[in-house]
Structures are given as structure tokens and as C-alpha cells.
Write a protein that binds this ligand. Structure first.
Ligand SMILES: [Zn+2]
Ligand SMILES: [Zn+2]
Length: 149
């Protein structure tokens, strides 16, 4: 699949798996159980040595309490994160995932991220994932059709 993504670091690619994949199914479950963004739930799991070592999801209480400044202004995907504390990349599923393992001080270099609910990863999230040594990012097949709004 050679899809044009809004952002992808040099030398990186996104890998795609079916929703039947057990790790992707767990990422979907994380989006359903853990996300604080009911309008756009995103979930992620971190897989190391064929085992899930962390689960994360997007969102914060900001949207519940104040709504979303970006949504009110119809800001396109990937833009204007600074306008809304609820949309800050620290609330993205990838970074909430990494925050949990960081607290435990776990070395996760070589681990893979499975992300459900989105069709690309932003620059900030890629930066953090590369920093901790994430190997590959997996999205669900057809993610752009499912999640591109
Ligand atoms: Zn927002
Ligand atoms: Zn992000």
C-alpha cells in the first residue's frame, strides 16, 4: 500500500494488518475501553516479544469539560494541536501508551505499536516513538477509509 500520509519520518513505513490480527483487536478494545474521546476513540497496544506490555488510548478530560477548540473551528487533521489542550499530542494514544511504560522505567526498544482508530501518526508521536526505539507501527488495513474524516 502506498498511501500518502500527512506525516511519515524518513526511512519509516507504516505496516498494515487485518482487524482479525489479535494485537489489532486488542488495540481496538483499548480504544473502546480506555479512550476519553467518544467522538474519535483511538487505542494502542505495545507489543514486545509477542506479548502486550502496555495499553493506551487518546483523550483527556479537557474535551468533556470544555469541548474541542479545533473541532469548533473545523481545523483539519494534524493541524492546530496548539489551539486545544485536549488535542495536545501528549493526549494521543501513542504517547499515553509510552507514558505508562516510562513510569515503569521499562526498556521497550524493538517493540511494536498497534494503533486502532487513526490512519497516520503525527510528528510529535513519531518523535517520541523513535526516541524510545519503537521498531514498527501497525495500522489496520483500510485505516484511511475507516478513519479519515
Ligand atoms: Zn481538541
Ligand atoms: Zn500524535
Amino acid at each position: 500500500m502506498n498511501l500518502e500520509l500527512p506525516y511519515l519520518p524518513d526511512g519509516r513505513e507504516i505496516l498494515y494488518v487485518s482487524i482479525e490480527d489479535s494485537f489489532m483487536a486488542e488495540a481496538k478494545r483499548a480504544s473502546e475501553e480506555l479512550s476519553k474521546d467518544s467522538g474519535h476513540p483511538i487505542g494502542a497496544v505495545l507489543v514486545m516479544d509477542n506479548e502486550i506490555v502496555a495499553r493506551g488510548a487518546n483523550g483527556s478530560d479537557h474535551h468533556l469539560l470544555h469541548g474541542c477548540e479545533r473541532r469548533k473551528q473545523n481545523i483539519p487533521t494534524g493541524e492546530g494541536y496548539e489551539l486545544c489542550p485536549g488535542c495536545s499530542p501528549v493526549n494521543h494514544a501513542e504517547q499515553s501508551l509510552l507514558a505508562t511504560i516510562e513510569q515503569e522505567g521499562k526498556d521497550v526498544s524493538g517493540a511494536d505499536v498497534y494503533l486502532y482508530g487513526h490512519w497516520w501518526c503525527c510528528e510529535s508521536c513519531w518523535g517520541r516513538m523513535i526516541e524510545v526505539g519503537i521498531r514498527d507501527v501497525y495500522l489496520v488495513e483500510g485505516a484511511d477509509k475507516l478513519f479519515r474524516k
